[in-house]
Every structure is written in C-alpha cells, then in structure tokens.
Design a protein around this ligand. Structure first.
Ligand code: MF3
Ligand code: CO
Ligand code: CO
Length: 249
C-alpha cells in the first residue's frame, strides 16, 4: 500500500532527510585512505545519534551496523568491518538511513578515495547523472517506470549494467514502503505518481555486467558477478503537483 504523506508527516521526513544529508557531508569530510569501514560506520552512528535520531539500518532485519558501506565490486549492503581498510583508488558507497520522530530519510553517496582511475570516476559521475536524469520532468501524474527508463537509458548509453535485483522504494514510517522503484523499465508504464508520495530513487550501476550475487556467508553483501566496480547514488524525493523536492540534497 502506498502512503500519501500529510503535510505534518512531510515535515518530519524533511527533518530526518536533513540529518541524513548532514551525516553524509560529515562522512565526506572525514573519509580517507587508511580508515576501516567500521570506523566510517562509527562516524555515521555518532553523527546521527548526536542529532537525537536513530540509524534505522542498525538492527533492520538483523543488519549489524548503522550504514551500508560498499567498496569497489560490492554494489550495496556491505557490512562495515575492521578488516576492510580503505586504500587509494577505492570507490566507497555509504548508504545512510535515519529515523527521527517516527519518520525516515535515506540517501547514499559513492566517495572516491585519493587518486581514483578515470574509469572509476566516470562510473561514479554517470551514476549520479542517472539520478538527475530520472528527476527531470518528474511530478504528480508521471508513470512510475519513467524513472527506471531514464536511469537505464543513461547508464546503458554509457556502456554500464543496471542492477535489477534491488530497487528504490517508498519511505516514511518504514524505511521500505511501496512502491518498489526499479532502475529499469518501459516509459509510460506503471502506476502514476501522486503529490505527497515520498520515494527513494537509487541507481545502482555496474561498470560491467548487471548481474550480481549475494554473499551467503554474511547474508547481506551484494557483489558484481564479474568483479568489476559498482556505484550507488540515492536521494529521498517528495513528489509535488508540479515537480519534485530532493530532500536529502
Ligand atoms: N538504505 C538502504 C536502502 O537504500 C537499505 C539498508 S538495508 C539495511 O534501501 F539492512 F542496512 F538496513
Ligand atoms: Co539507502
Ligand atoms: Co533506499
């Protein structure tokens, strides 16, 4: 069921989204080669809790940390670890969800550590562009799969693979609400977006094949099948009568 948010609910989501945005800015100012992903996670926990909010990922279906931190060929849902040390040339997606006053905000950025290859930095740039392509012209009445169509068209035009196994989603009281928001699809299809819907648009784009596999050892880590790098970029977006508001930017 899709929840249309009341103005009061939207204000609460706005607050949580601002905390997420600031957390990612804080992480961006600190992240560097030599840190472990566990240390990056600690920054996320510290910042979110200092805002009187809760890192919704912590304990979500048993997830053991405050953020998903995904390095190079890890697409999403990387578990922060003492054993993963960031090195020069890595690309690292940090995905943060915060809840305050019962409502969630969710966003992800892919950070570049030190000197990143031309190839990898192009992947990061195009992944961000996929998000911005998706919000062009988006407003109440737009068919849902126009989002995926825009993401897929831009990614594939650049020779990249679009992850199918995971999608964006509605957000509100729950971190994951209806509808699912795929990063692929046919233009003009799907339900029509309505004003007051809050959704997360999150392109997950692979340098090579779109195929991924999930580590059965930890039950979370999603990696590219070919071992090539992946990037991730996410914002929480409010649909309005005449456009969108990007709440985590
Ligand atoms: N923030 C992720 C998303 O974009 C989900 C986190 S999964 C969790 O949907 F288990 F870490 F919570
Ligand atoms: Co997220
Ligand atoms: Co999300």
């Amino acid at each position: 069921m899709i929840h249309i948010k009341t103005p009061e609910e939207i204000e609460k989501i706005r607050v949580s989204c601002r905390i997420v945005k600031e957390t990612l800015e804080f992480v961006g100012s600190k992240i560097r080669a030599g840190m472990t992903t566990k240390e990056v996670d600690a920054l996320v926990y510290k910042y979110i809790t200092s805002c009187g909010a809760y890192p919704s990922s912590l304990g979500y279906e048993g997830f053991p940390a405050s953020a998903c931190i995904s390095v190079n060929d890890v697409v999403v849902h990387g578990i922060p670890s003492d054993d993963v040390i960031l090195v020069d040339g890595d690309i690292v997606s940090v995905d943060v969800t915060a809840e305050k006053d019962g409502y969630n905000g969710d966003a992800a950025r892919t950070f570049m550590i030190g000197d990143v290859s031309e190839e990898k930095s192009r992947l990061v740039k195009v992944t961000e562009e996929c998000f911005f392509q998706a919000v062009v012209g988006l407003k109440a009445g737009t068919p849902l799969y126009d989002i995926g169509y825009a993401v897929q068209t831009h990614a594939e035009a650049n020779g990249y693979g679009v992850v199918r196994a995971l999608t964006g989603h509605g957000i509100g009281r729950d971190m994951h609400e209806d509808p699912a928001v795929p990063n692929f699809g046919r233009k003009g299809t799907g339900i029509r977006l309505k004003a007051g819907m809050t959704i997360c648009i999150e392109p997950m784009i692979n340098m090579g094949t779109w195929k991924v596999w999930q580590d059965s050892g930890d039950g979370w880590t999603v990696r590219t099948m070919d071992g090539l790098p992946a990037a991730h970029y996410e914002n929480t977006v409010l649909i309005t009568r005449d456009g969108v508001e990007i709440l985590t930017l």
